[in-house]
Design a protein around this ligand. Structure first.
Ligand SMILES: NC(=O)c1ccc[n+]([C@@H]2O[C@H](COP(=O)([O-])OP(=O)(O)OC[C@H]3O[C@@H](n4cnc5c(N)ncnc54)[C@H](OP(=O)(O)O)[C@@H]3O)[C@@H](O)[C@H]2O)c1
Length: 249
């Protein structure tokens, strides 16, 4: 029997990289997708191979539906199956509303929201061949609360959460479980692009009821739970992993 296979978009760095490695530790072969950081993607692949699993590198901008289709053609050719799809890749233009342009909106929506729909379509076709699968997306607190400069990303993540509910219903007959994990601020490369990075970090350190900032591993553990069979009856949900931060004002 061939190994189970997982695709993690944006697994060259940050949460995606850690998720890819954690899934490899559970015995999955991994498709390491990236957009620009080839060196980092190769480093992820190397760590996966050290664990004895196969790592298949695919450069594809998930904001482009043609590139998504090409990526899935490569996956089908290489593995002929897909068991898990983690919709992790994200980007965004961080500006006040009055400075946002159409290109900023399209860029962010294409990579963060549109990619989920069109990757999920392709993933579902592969998953149903093997009797089903699991889809987990990454979201963030900006989908449900105001964060400065975060309009495009916040709205794109709200779309991810809504799409998660729709996918959960329409893919259920194919035995595909669809959920999302949302997180409070984590100090990854992504935060380097925030004009108000220091404020965000200070807020997360001071105002998280659990007493510390969220770490990458907190999200990874929740992703692993949602792809496990123990989470079979959880459908269309966004699990918030923020140490309680979003409960406060
Ligand atoms: N950091 C946080 O505070 C936080 C909190 C909650 C949720 N999240 C969510 O967790 C996920 C990962 O965040 P992160 O902090 O780990 O981000 P990150 O460190 O900025 O990494 C982003 C990843 O996405 C990839 N990527 C970006 N644009 C892409 C595209 N068009 N096509 C394919 N891949 C693309 C990047 O690949 P390249 O290296 O090739 O550019 C990189 O691997 C995101 O969905 C984010 O919204 C993050």
């Amino acid at each position: 029997m061939s190994n189970k296979v997982a695709l993690v978009t944006g697994s060259s760095r940050g949460v995606g990289k850690a998720t890819a490695i954690a899934l490899a530790k559970q015995g999955y072969d991994i498709i390491v997708n990236y957009a620009r950081s080839k060196k980092s993607a190769l480093a992820t692949a190397e760590e996966i191979e050290k664990l004895g699993q196969k790592a298949f590198l695919v450069r594809a901008n998930v904001g482009d539906v043609e590139k998504i289709k090409l990526m899935f053609e490569q996956i089908e050719e290489e593995f002929g199956r897909l068991d898990v799809f983690v919709n992790n890749a994200a980007s965004g233009v961080l500006r006040p509303i009055m400075e946002l342009e159409e290109t900023h909106w399209n860029w962010t929506m294409n990579i963060n929201s549109k990619a989920l729909l069109f990757c999920a379509q392709e993933a579902a076709k592969l998953m149903e061949k093997n009797g089903g699968g699991k889809i987990v997306s990454l979201s963030s607190l900006g989908s449900i609360r105001y964060l400065e400069n975060y309009t495009t990303v916040g709205v794109s993540k709200a779309a991810v959460e809504a799409l998660t509910r729709y996918l959960a219903v329409e893919l259920a007959p194919k035995n595909i479980v669809v959920n999302a994990v949302s997180g409070g601020a984590i100090d990854t490369d992504a935060l380097q692009h925030f004009p108000n990075r220091e404020e965000l970090l200070e807020d997360a350190r001071k105002n998280t009821p659990a007493g510390r900032m969220v770490e990458i591993d907190d999200l990874v553990k929740t992703i692993l739970f949602l792809v496990s069979d123990d989470a079979w009856m959880i459908r269309g949900q966004t699990i918030i992993v923020d140490g309680g931060r979003s409960i406060l004002v």
